[in-house]
Design a protein around this ligand. Structure first.
Ligand SMILES: [Zn+2]
Length: 89
């Protein structure tokens, strides 16, 4: 995964620990990006609220995963779970 800074998590200053803030920053940058609309395929979708997305091109409002339509975060989580399972075997 690409290296990212603390970004939006800088607002917590010295609290909560570095690793935790890095993970939060990764999620927050992801959820604030423009995302691809599943209906018109344009990068016009913004996250409105938890799991709610709206396309500013075809004006459709729809539900989805809590943070992002792109499955990167889900994939990362899955690979971590798989690694853990391999270690337990
Ligand atoms: Zn659309």
């Amino acid at each position: 995964m690409e290296k990212i800074g603390l970004g939006s998590a800088k607002r917590f200053e010295t609290r909560y620990g570095r690793t935790l803030k890095l993970r939060l920053a990764a999620i927050e940058t992801e959820q604030r990006k423009r995302q691809q609309c599943p209906y018109c395929r344009k990068l016009k979708v913004r996250r409105q609220s938890v799991g709610i997305y709206q396309c500013h091109s075809c004006d459709k409002k729809f539900t989805g995963p809590a943070y992002s339509l792109t499955p990167i975060l889900i994939q990362e989580h899955k690979s971590q779970v798989e690694k853990k399972e391999q270690l337990e075997e």
